[in-house]
Design a protein around this ligand. Structure first.
Ligand code: FAD
Ligand code: DLZ
Ligand code: SF4
Length: 510
């Protein structure tokens, strides 16, 4: 009796559920680079290079651990280009006893789960889809927590997770007396901050081969493959984690929302790539931050803030994804229809904040949270870009993007396209917030202090125009009552200028 075990590109953990009972003598592990996955959206070049290199290294590690591995490279002439094609090839070509079962851990995207569920009719052998054991909560636990609640809020889910997993707890109370130290975490960037460099790997022969492949086969995809500096093995990812804990966690909280021109990495962890493809496990990152706090190496606002992102936001958005799919993908609360402007691909815009964030995305396949939320996302919300196009862009351009995490962040968090299921109000803002949290406005052709007229910051009038236009949808939201009050006290002339400038800006937007 032997089992075929399929491992996907974002399942690179030796402890994953599909491998737990692997019989190394008999079973075969299949890992394959398939064009269907590399091109169902035109992923950033660096994202493909990162995953292929990490997949190849992971296969070698499994072989060293005594597993039998069949690794299919993208340019293998027999490669059929799809998971089902590769499974069929292996099942049909097996020497000796045939497989009695195919085992796979559930994928991170609904479209693939649908495919997996349909495979049974293609094969005579049983296909077992196991739940993903790398998260702290399961889809079923999240659904239980959510059931009967009128509104879901991350904060309450997060508290539950802290208690369930005994994270930063003193008996039944949160360490320090508060669950959340976010109010301490909005410091503006100050001059002279010395930001430690991010983790940089050396390009070995495996990564070099993959870089060559990507440069040749995916030359029309967005983004730069070089310089390449991501960790591609678990060992390297653990070094990246240690480097973050030792050198950046202490200021993570203070400068979590800060943006500085030419400083794409700030005090963030840059661990999402590794967490999402399995090189790191969430609980080990959480425990490392918790230890740093107890050892006196990181303040509570930083450790708690970092831990909240992982056990709170990350688990919460995944819960929402599986609870609300497939309908979640077609949500469009504001009936937004606008085409994605070209500058999301070219960075060619006079708006310096957007130009900086797109350029860094092009170079690094990374932007930190507040760039994604308050610059790139805020613009998409205020200008009414069609949600599917925004979702596709975010899925393409970031090396940490898989639909389970990208879609709720885009549809729920930035676009409020779910009407307030994930967030209690739209994360909309004018230019003053970007100016407070960054130095982008200093080098911008627009003036952030000007509210109307030719060189006024477009975020300023677009913000009010967005609120005015969507009053029927947002007017009852008590968290926006103050802003609607401010709008109502504006003179008719002022309101007319807002509409005039917004109309002219949107008509010129290509
Ligand atoms: P840090 O700031 O160091 O945070 C630590 C960890 O917390 C991250 O590595 C990540 O695993 C987790 N985390 C933080 N915020 C979130 C969140 N909102 N949702 C889920 N996990 C979170 N994250 C992705 O992993 N993949 C995506 O495709 C993705 N798309 C996003 C799209 C938009 C529009 C927005 C606003 C956010 C998105 N995020 C996504 C969340 C967040 O921006 C990234 O996780 C973060 O920027 C990754 O960088 P980091 O590892 O340096 O994070
Ligand atoms: C993103 C990606 C890419 C680019 N290529 C592959 C691949 O060739 N083989 C593979 O197994 N996985 C790949 N992936 C990751 C999958 O798209 C990912 O497993 C699904 O989106 C589910 O999260
Ligand atoms: Fe962005 Fe406006 Fe500041 Fe320019 S002035 S950088 S457009 S917020």
């Amino acid at each position: 009796m032997k089992t075929l075990r399929l491992i996907l590109g974002d399942q690179l953990s030796a402890s994953i559920s599909s491998l737990v009972d692997c019989d190394k003598e008999n079973d075969l592990v299949l890992i394959c680079e398939v064009i269907e996955e590399a091109s169902y959206v035109k992923h950033h070049k660096k994202k493909i290079a990162f995953l292929f290199s990490a997949m190849r290294h992971f296969a070698s590690e499994l072989i060293e651990l005594g597993f039998s591995v069949c690794y299919i490279k993208l340019d293998d002439p027999s490669n059929t280009g799809s998971f089902i094609g590769e499974l069929t090839r292996v099942v049909n070509n097996v020497e000796g006893d045939s497989f009695s079962k195919i085992v796979v851990t559930e994928p991170g995207e609904y479209r693939l789960l649908n495919d997996f569920q349909s495979w049974q009719k293609e094969f005579d052998v049983e296909i077992e889809i196991r739940s993903d054991n790398r998260f702290l909560s399961t889809a079923a636990q999240f659904s239980d927590w959510a059931s009967g609640r009128k509104q879901l809020r991350m904060e309450y889910f997060y508290r539950q997770m802290r208690q369930d997993h005994n994270i930063l707890m003193e008996d039944d109370s949160p360490v320090g007396g508060k669950w959340n130290y976010d109010n301490d975490n909005r410091k503006s960037p100050v001059l002279g901050l010395v930001i430690p460099p991010p983790f940089r790997s050396n390009i070995d022969s495996v990564t070099q081969e993959v870089i060559n492949l990507v440069s040749e086969r995916f030359s029309d995809h967005f983004g730069d493959v070089l310089p390449f500096q991501f960790a591609v093995t678990r060992k390297e990812a653990l070094v990246a984690l240690k480097q973050f804990i030792d050198s950046r966690l202490c200021r993570f909280g203070d400068y979590q929302d800060a943006m500085i021109e030419g400083e794409p990495w700030m005090y963030h962890s840059h661990l999402s790539f590794y967490l999402n493809c399995g090189l790191l496990l969430p609980i080990e990152c959480v425990r490392a931050a918790e230890r740093a706090y107890y050892n006196g190496d990181a303040p509570l606002n930083s450790a708690e803030g970092f831990i909240r992102q992982i056990v709170g936001w990350r688990e919460y958005v995944r819960g929402i994804y599986w609870l609300k799919m497939p309908e979640y993908k077609s949500e469009n609360f504001f009936e937004a229809k606008r085409q994605l402007p070209d500058f999301y691909w070219t960075a060619e815009t006079k708006m310096n904040c957007l130009s900086q964030c797109v350029t860094e995305t092009q170079q690094n396949a990374y932007a930190h949270h507040i760039q994604r939320l308050m610059v790139l996302g805020n613009f998409a919300l205020l200008t009414g870009i069609e949600p599917n196009q925004v979702n596709e862009w975010f899925l393409i351009v970031y090396a940490d993007a898989y639909e389970w995490v990208e879609l709720p962040n885009v549809t729920g968090m930035i676009l409020f396209a779910d009407g307030g299921y994930l967030a209690s109000k739209p994360y909309a803002s004018g230019g003053s917030y970007i100016n407070k949290m960054s130095n982008y406005c200093k080098n911008c052709q627009y003036s952030v202090t000007k509210k109307n007229g030719d060189n006024a910051c477009p975020f300023n009038y677009l913000y009010w125009s967005f609120l005015a236009k969507n009053r029927s949808r947002l007017g009852q939201n008590h968290r926006l009552a103050m802003m609607y009050g401010v709008y109502d006290r504006m003179s008719d002339d002022k309101k007319m200028l807002i509409e005039r400038d917004s109309k002219a800006f949107l008509e010129a937007l290509k």
